[in-house]
Design a protein. Structure first.
Length: 382
């Protein structure tokens, strides 16, 4: 009997131990799950807007749409959630014209503004915002140096001579800004702001190799970031139309609505210059007399030109052709930039670009203008 009693006690002890073990395991698992949720990256924007008691406020992004909506109570509001990656957003106070820009990332962010702050806010707790403020302050120094607001306001009423001077000032201003932007990328390879800036200046690289070097400088921690992936796609398109590659063929309508094939014009050319432009593009219109000079000088020696406009309105295009005396082949499909196949085909980053082809269709020069264009054609067609 004693042996039987002991055996039954052992069974009970085992059952109790098993239940206790399951309970402990469940508790640990539940705690771990809660801890994982607690530790999961998220954002919390704690905001204050002086000058307003109540209202509705919206957090939204062009790239991902509506992010969140909150109620303003006694001038205070809170946004909470998570994002897959840092994203540019706007905080919009409904019923007013007030909007504030903010980079949203998974962190605790403080936001303080005034109802009459004209889009300005004090933002803290965000590493990306902190870097953006530093970057903006560097560019502001250049703005002040060149007094850009004043000369921009002066331009419309200025004399032609003064307009030329202002354009030269803006050229120096753009170059100095570009140097600063590249320097920021170089000094902040792991910042999410660097691919965003690179996206803005991708047009400025003289060669694909130079562009690739800048991309390769970025830290691997940024891989997968949408801006960086977009830049890599642009790079691959640019690589297909770099110097030494055969230019892709295309068909587009001319001023008389005739379908023109690029390769057929190429057959009758020693060299073919393809100029991308638009009637509303200042630098394009400024360069048109130089292109006309090249055509008049070298057409009889084998130079042909195709002007491809990215205009969307035919009247503007035709008026600019007549006014600027563009007597060569002119083509346009009137599609918006983002929907324009020629923009994608030639990986255009700005309206004013060009390529020079030899008679095999190989690209031998890109974006040559002014005296450089005249000198290159003189060298080839002397």
């Amino acid at each position: 009997m004693a042996i039987h009693f002991c055996y039954k006690q052992i069974i009970k002890i085992k059952e109790y131990s098993m239940k206790h073990l399951i309970l402990i395991t469940f508790t640990i698992f539940t705690f771990a799950s809660c801890q994982q949720q607690i530790n999961e990256p998220s954002y919390k924007i704690t905001g204050t807007i002086a000058g307003i008691e109540n209202g509705t406020i919206i957090l939204q992004s062009k790239s991902i749409g509506l992010v969140d909506t909150a109620f303003v109570d006694n001038g205070k509001f809170v946004f909470e959630g998570k994002v897959d990656e840092p994203v540019a957003c706007v905080i919009d106070l409904t019923g007013t014209s007030e909007k504030w820009s903010i980079y949203l990332e998974n962190s605790a962010i403080s936001f303080n503004a005034d109802i009459n702050s004209a889009g300005k806010a004090v933002i803290g707790g965000s590493k990306l915002e902190s870097e953006k403020q530093k970057y903006d302050s560097l560019l502001k120094i250049i703005d002040i140096k060149y007094d850009v607001e004043a000369i921009d306001a002066e331009y419309e009423s200025a004399s032609e001579k003064r307009k030329e001077e202002i354009l030269q000032i803006f050229d120096l201003y753009d170059k100095e800004q570009l140097v600063q932007k590249r320097q920021f990328i170089k000094e902040h390879p792991a910042s999410y702001l660097s691919p965003i800036i690179l996206w803005d200046i991708d047009w400025s690289f003289n060669t694909v190799h130079e562009f690739d070097e800048c991309i390769s400088h970025l830290d691997s921690s940024l891989n997968g970031f949408s801006y960086l992936e977009g830049i890599k796609e642009i790079f691959e398109k640019l690589r297909k139309v770099e110097i030494g590659r055969i230019a892709p063929d295309f068909i587009m309508n001319d001023t008389e609505n005739n379908a023109i094939t690029m390769s057929l014009i190429l057959k009758d050319s020693k060299y073919l210059f393809i100029d991308f432009w638009a009637s509303g593009c200042g630098p394009c219109r400024k360069e048109n007399p130089n292109i006309a000079k090249a055509y008049n000088r070298f057409h009889d020696k084998g130079l042909n030109i195709i002007g491809i406009s990215t205009d969307t309105k035919k009247e503007n295009w035709l008026n600019a052709i007549e006014k600027d005396g563009l007597i060569w082949t002119n083509l346009c499909n009137f599609k918006k930039w983002k929907d324009n196949e020629i923009v994608q085909l030639y990986a255009l980053r700005q309206q004013s670009e060009n390529v020079l082809l030899d008679n095999t269709g190989m690209i031998i020069a890109k974006n040559i203008k002014g005296e450089e264009l005249q000198g290159k054609l003189m060298e080839l067609l002397k």
